[in-house]
Ligand binder design. Structure first.
Ligand code: HEM
Length: 180
């Protein structure tokens, strides 16, 4: 991307919307999964694990795309505190997209459970078996997912504020093109 670009590169936009749908689905699948004791629990967990690992892989790709293609600059008249909030929340989202799947994977490893991506594809453990670590990671996974949901809500609110109130071209930069 050159310095005058007013929108994110195509790869960044595709990854943004694809991952938004995947992550939102994952949050609801996760909550539905732990709230269910029927055979639906097994079915949901069978979706949750491979989808979570796919999010981890895409988050790494997205981070590389982001580092190689600086985003369009924020509007010059945006108050510094809002610029700081945007920067901090974007990097928090990147961190959570990487850390939550890794904590989920580590939690299952600590519990001694196999991490199956399909009936024959098994991922190696990334944490030694430990009931205490399993309990800690289980709580960490749930709390980090809650933090991700809250950050997502703030992100959505900011996008609507830019798109509907300020109308400063920030929202179109992730959708299609900036209007000014
Ligand atoms: C961005 C990726 C992920 C998100 C947003 C996510 C979200 C969640 C949420 C919201 C819960 C419910 C927490 C609760 O209310 O207690 C959950 C539970 C769980 N997640 Fe994830 N998760 C992700 C990735 C993963 C991965 C990669 C794995 C494993 C490979 C995993 C394994 C689990 C397990 C085993 C549970 C608990 C199931 C149970 O106790 O029945 N998650 N996840």
């Amino acid at each position: 991307m050159n310095a005058s670009s007013t929108r994110f590169v195509l790869a960044a936009r595709v990854l943004h919307w694809l991952m938004a749908a995947m992550i939102l689905s994952m949050l609801f699948i996760g909550v539905g999964m732990v709230a269910s004791v029927s055979e639906r629990h097994e079915w949901l967990i069978g979706i949750h694990k491979p989808l979570g690992i796919a999010i981890l892989v895409l988050a790494v790709v997205r981070l590389i795309v982001r580092l190689r293609n600086p985003p369009p600059p924020l509007p010059v008249d945006l108050p510094p505190v809002q610029k700081l909030a945007a920067l901090a929340s974007h990097w928090l989202l990147y961190a959570l997209m990487l850390v939550i799947p890794l904590v989920g994977w580590a939690m299952l490893s600590a519990g001694g459970y196999p991490v199956m991506l399909s009936s024959s594809l098994r991922l190696p453990p990334i944490f030694p078996v430990s009931p205490v670590a399993f309990a800690v990671l289980r709580h960490a996974h749930a709390w980090l997912a809650m933090l991700l949901f809250l950050t997502f809500l703030a992100h959505l609110g900011a996008a609507l504020y830019h798109g509907l109130i300020r109308r400063d071209g920030v929202l179109p930069s992730m959708v299609g093109g900036r209007s000014k």
